[in-house]
Design a protein around this ligand. Sequence first.
Ligand code: PHB
Length: 390
Amino acid sequence: MLNRRQTLAGLGAATMTGLASPALAQSVSKIGLILPMTGPFASTGRQIEAAAKLYLAQNSGSFGGRRIELIVRDDTGTADVTRRIAQELIVNEKVAFISGFGLTPLAFAAAPLATQSKTPMVVMAAATSAVTEQSPYIARTSFTLPQATIIIADWAAQNGLKKAMTIVTDYAPGLDAERAFRQRFPEKGGELVGDALRVPIRNPDFAPFLQRVADTKPDALFVFVPSGVGAQFMKQFVERGLDKAGIRLIGTGDVTDDDILNEIGDAALGVVTSFHYSAAHPSPENQAFVRAFRAANPSMRPNFMAVGGYDGMHLTAETLKKTNGGDGTQLIEAAKGMSWVSPRGPVTIEAKTRDITQNIYVRRVERVDGQLYNVEFATFEAVPDPVKGR
Ligand code: PHB
C-alpha cells in the first residue's frame, strides 16, 4: 500500500515536471455504451457489448493513441432510463460518445441530449429510418427497416408470390417496414390482401393475428418482429399450421436472427429474408470476426446486433484517430463519408444523412454442418436508406 502510494506520488511529480512516461501521457476517451442488458431485449445488449469489447481487445491501439474506457450501462429497454443514463454519462462522466441504443424509442429519448451537449451518438441497433434525423450528432451502424424491406418485397414479387399479407410489431420500426413493403410490393406487380396486422410490442400474442392470416390464405406473409422475438413468432406460425397451409413466410432478417435461429429449429428451414448481416456471410473478414467472437464468447453466435456494435466501435476509433481526439462536432464531421469493409461487406456512412449504405442480401434458412444458418444467395450492392436516399 505504502509502496503503491509512493509510486503514485513519484509519478505525479514526474508528470508535473514533464517527465511522464508515454503510457502516462496517453489521454483517455470514455465511451458510454447504453444498452438493454436485462428485460425482453437483453439479447441485443449482450450481443453488442460482446462485440464492442471484442473490437476493443483487438484494436486497443487503433484509437489515435488514446486509451478507451468503455462504460456499459443497462437501460432495461426503457426510454426514461436511457435518457437519465445518457444525461449522467454526458454531464458526470464527460464521455466523448454515447453509443448503443437497442430500440428506436430509446434512441429517440437520447437524441435531444446529444444535440444539446454536442456529443456524438453512435446508433448500433435502432433501425427506424427517422432515427438519424433526431440529431445532427447521430451516426448509425445498424440498418434501416425500409432498406432491408424493399429488397424482400422485390424478391417476392419476382418469385411468383402474387398475394401477400403483412404482420409487424406495433411500434416505429414495424410501421416503417409495413409502409415500405405495402408501397413496394404492389409497385412490383404484387397484390396486398387482408388487413395490415399490428401486434403489441409488450407481451405479444400472435395467435389471433395468425388466425386471420390462415383465413385470408395469402401466398406469402411478410413479417417484422424485433430481435429476440422471432422464436416465439415462428413457434406460433407453425402451431397454427400456416407452413403446412402453403403460406410462405418472408421478412427482414430480424425474425431468423442468428442469436436464436438454432433455438427456432426446423420450423425456420426455407424461410427467405433480406438483411445486411448473416453469420454465414462467406467473406474472409466475416470468417475472422465470427471465429474471434466465438473464441471470446463460446456460447454465442454473433448476430446483426453484434456487427452493429463492432462497426460502431470501428467508426469511433477512426473518428478519434482522424481528429486526433477532437471535440464532438469535429468527431461527427469526421464520421461523414467514412467507408470501410465490415464483416457484413463494404459500408459507408453517408455524408448527408449520417446513415449507413450497405449491401442487402437475400438469404434462405438452411442446415449447414448440423446448424441452421441464413445462407445468402443474392446480393444487392450499396443500398442506401430508401426514405432519405444518399
Ligand atoms: C428498433 O427498435 O429500432 C429495432 C429493434 C430490433 C430490431 C430492429 C429494430 O431487430
